[in-house]
Design a binder for this molecule. Sequence first.
Ligand code: NAD
Ligand code: TDX
Length: 331
Amino acid sequence: MRILVTGGAGFIGSNFVNDTVRDRPGIEVTVLDALTYAGSQTSLSSVRDSANFVEGDITDADLVNTLISESDAVVHFAAESHNDNSLADPGPFVQTNVIGTYTLLQAVREHGVRYHHVSTDEVYGDLELDDPAKFTEHTPYNPSSPYSSTKAASDMLVRAWVRSFGVQATLSNCSNNYGPYQHIEKFIPRQITNILAGARPKLYGAGKNVRDWIHVEDHNSAVWRILESGEIGRTYLIGADGELDNLSVVRMILELMGKDPDDFDHVTDRAGHDLRYAIDSSTLRNELGWRPRYTNFREGLQATIDWYRDNCSWWEDGKVAVEARYQSQGA
Ligand code: NAD
Ligand code: TDX
């Protein structure tokens, strides 16, 4: 099987490629990645000799068409992925997330290639903090940010291409991932690397917002399960019952790193900040038999802290620029 992985130099994509090469020797992997600020070939250094790498843009129709004509399946991770950036400049989000997905869909349609679309729970908007409900496959779309609205638009394109053109696609909407190789602009690695760099963690607002954390390896094992056993045209929600408010996560990071749990700063809140995400993944568990392996968040977080401590060279060069950008936004 020849598989094309878009965004394979990013956080989730590089973990997917590394795990696939390690666990599935029969699979030939080709990565298509534009190496934006969020992509790094260093994240793929252990598979340099076993996976093909193509530097290119998913909006480049000729390139996409050629690569897809040589593939049996596409797993589409490439995206502009950070909410804060989408508030500062939404243009690249429309271009990559909407036009890029359209470009891939036209090519898989043309060549009859299996396609899996990686998306987010943020397409459903947010839940009240005291609401017992979780997102399900039937929750209406209600995205809040430029990022989540472009992901919602891309999901809609996939559904239409399945129904109108018979494209062989599945979709997944996952909750917040954590683990190695996550860009240090994101919440958990930002706080870990702040502490390692001698700075204080930064909490948006009061920190009451809830995210439903899942380890990146669990997200990727679910993607493989859907790719192999999912029903064409279906959407599967991926989550590991990891709801925690941001304040608790910051305090846990500080404690695990041997610091005073109150040693953090409150900074300007995100505009339109979604309150709570929560995933009901019972369809995936009951119909496809998937289970997460990392059910102890504290242990997964400790391993993630250790990874950033042991791999300073992976993130150190970009740290000053990321924090300067946040500082200019009061965050
Ligand atoms: P990321 O920002 O770490 O990586 C994105 C990758 O895509 C980078 O390597 C970047 O270079 C590449 N890329 C961006 N624009 C491109 C373009 N035009 N052409 C080719 N490559 C391009 O993102 P991530 O956190 O790994 O997210 C991957 C996917 O998973 C995204 O689709 C995201 O919406 C989805 N998702 C993420 C999370 C999460 O918690 N991070 C949760 C649910 C879903
Ligand atoms: O410094 C910070 N302080 C802080 O309190 C940062 C960067 C974030 N936060 C808060 C905002 C959110 O409530 O932490 C929470 C998580 O923030 P992000 O890491 O930016 O993630 P989020 O906005 O929840 O979106 C993530 O999960 C869904 C990914 O970035 C998306 O790509 C994915 O779709």
